[in-house]
Design a binder for this molecule. Structure first.
Ligand code: SF4
Length: 282
């Protein structure tokens, strides 16, 4: 392997996926990183709260509740109040109450086992996967037991869910590391995620196509390091909407890029109030 920063982690792979040039700045040239902003801090706090949640539930009491509404109220009370992310916690409690109620009405034994994650904030590590030398690493939010006897990797997002094609790759990466290290028996066969912000969720069985696409993507990632070592063009820029959030835009964009950048910036601040077009009074 060439100069690939090791271990290969989900965060580096996903940055490369958005923009190879951004990845080069951050992980190879190691330019100073992104400052922790409010959204990131809120995300971390939400994840820590969600991780503590299951340990604070009184399950014998939960079992006695008579309907989904009571469960929702109880679970919301288990979570902290008056935080900067109360709306996320309201939705999270409602979502988990619904999941509990489905288990309550359909599963006669071991409901708690299927409700509580089997592993929370689990660090995964594999020296090799798909026959590709790593090592590979990642910290997954949850690994859940399914009533089918299988396992699922689950990720919570405090913001919007990513594009499904990206989210699928991210989750399959975690599952593949876990399976390469034989972390669960049987191997992880499902991937899923939930965003309380928009109450969106995603869940599916890992398909052979997903695994093949992930393997191909990792090989491309490694190959690009090889090209850079040989002095060939590599880690090209991908100018787009994601440039708004890029910490390296000041170093990266120049000349006519700046005009596109300003256009993108303006679109970020677009609202109906500042829109200069056809705004009609009602
Ligand atoms: S500004 Fe845009 S093109 Fe440049 S590194 Fe960042 S994301 Fe990539």
């Amino acid at each position: 392997m060439t100069d690939v920063p090791l271990p290969i982690r989900k965060s580096s792979l996903m940055m490369y996926r958005h923009c190879p040039h951004e990845y080069e700045y951050a992980y190879i040239k190691q330019f100073p990183g992104i400052e922790k902003d409010f959204a990131m801090e809120k995300g971390t706090e939400f994840h820590e709260t969600a991780a503590r949640f299951y340990g604070n539930i009184d399950f014998p009491f939960l079992e006695q509740l008579k309907n989904e509404q009571e469960v929702t109220v109880y679970l919301r009370n288990v979570l902290p109040k008056n935080t900067t992310f109360d709306v996320l916690l309201d939705n999270f409690a409602t979502f988990e109450a619904h999941r509990w109620w489905i288990l309550k009405t359909r599963v006669t034994t071991d409901r708690v086992k299927f409700f509580k994650p089997a592993y929370i904030e689990q660090e995964l590590y594999a020296k090799e996967m798909f026959g590709i030398k790593g090592p590979f690493g990642g910290r997954v939010d949850r690994i859940d037991n399914l009533t089918s006897g299988e396992f699922a990797v689950i990720d919570l997002k405090s913001g919007n869910l990513p594009r499904i094609v990206d989210f699928r790759a991210e989750l399959a990466f975690y599952a593949s590391i876990a399976n390469a290290q034989q972390f669960t028996n049987p191997p992880i066969a499902h991937i899923g995620g939930y965003s309380p912000k928009n109450n969106e969720w995603f869940f599916e069985r890992i398909s052979p196509h997903t695994t093949t696409a992930l393997k191909r993507f990792i090989l491309k990632f490694i190959d690009e390091h090889e090209k850079r070592t040989l002095g060939q063009p590599a880690f090209e820029r991908e100018i787009g909407i994601h440039c708004i959030y890029c910490a390296f835009a000041g170093d990266c964009l120049f000349g006519s890029d700046i005009q596109s950048w300003e256009r993108i910036q303006r679109s970020k601040y677009f609202t109906w109030d500042n829109h200069k077009g056809e705004k009609k009074d009602v």
